[in-house]
Design a binder for this molecule. Structure first.
Ligand code: HEC
Length: 206
């Protein structure tokens, strides 16, 4: 009888402790959630941060063929390397922005971004739904970008010109993988023409 009494008391004490812990946990999660403010949409982050930074990486090393001959372009001075390093850093950190839950794909007034009536692109609402349906899959593609961007940072820190060239190809794939999954998934089907998406504009070495 006495043992049962103590057991019940112990169970109650445990329950109260667990509930308090849960409350504290909830409160601190809410507090830390309030500390971040989602300002841009995925589209704006693409236009304003991801695309321009990737362009810097892609264009930093190139072979330009002109009337004057073949010019091998690569960063040379500390300042020139710093620009590429900063862009690699922007890409790596931009992946974190993409990994923040609750961010809109586009503004409400950008609901129809299709390039034509039969265009293969999904609308922002359709993309949003796809992302919400499997958040961990979205994280996988953002991680894909982040891994390559961290590599880009590593090779630029090492001033490895060939490394930048190789990482450029990997970067292109990381962008394309996510776009094929969420933006124009129909392009994955064989026989479909590839949508002219964001492409590296530099001429690459063979
Ligand atoms: C985790 C997924 C993901 C990754 C990785 C990603 N993108 Fe995107 N991107 C999107 C989505 C989703 C859209 C479509 C948003 C929209 O425009 O409706 C988009 C759209 C774009 C756009 C079009 C923006 C516009 O004007 O509408 C550009 C440009 C772009 N991405 C560039 C890139 C580049 C360059 C990379 C790689 C360095 C990249 N993206 C990597 C998800 C991704």
């Amino acid at each position: 009888m006495r043992t049962t009494y103590w057991l019940v008391l112990l169970a109650l004490a445990w329950l109260v402790t667990a509930m308090i812990a849960l409350q504290i946990g909830r409160r601190s999660a809410a507090a830390s959630a309030r500390r971040v403010t989602l300002v841009g949409t995925v589209k704006e982050i693409m236009q304003g941060i991801v695309d321009p930074s990737a362009d810097v990486v892609w264009e930093s090393v190139a072979t330009n063929i002109t009337a004057a001959g073949i010019e091998e372009k690569a960063p040379k001075t500390d300042d020139e390397w710093a620009v590429v390093q900063h862009s690699a850093l922007m890409l790596a950190e931009a992946a974190n922005l993409l990994k923040m839950e609750g961010r809109a794909i586009a503004r409400p007034d950008e609901a129809n971004t299709k390039s034509g009536p039969d265009a293969p692109e999904l609308t922002p609402a359709e993309i949003q739904e796809k992302v919400a349906r499997d958040w961990s899959l979205w994280l996988k593609y953002a991680d894909g970008l982040q891994d390559v961007a961290i590599n880009a940072l590593r090779v630029t820190n090492a001033r490895d010109v060939n490394g930048v060239l190789e990482v450029g190809d990997a970067l292109d794939k990381a962008c394309e993988n996510c776009h094929l999954q969420y933006w124009y998934p129909d392009d994955k089907k064989p026989g479909r023409a590839r949508t002219p998406g964001p492409r590296p504009s530099s001429t690459k070495q063979p």
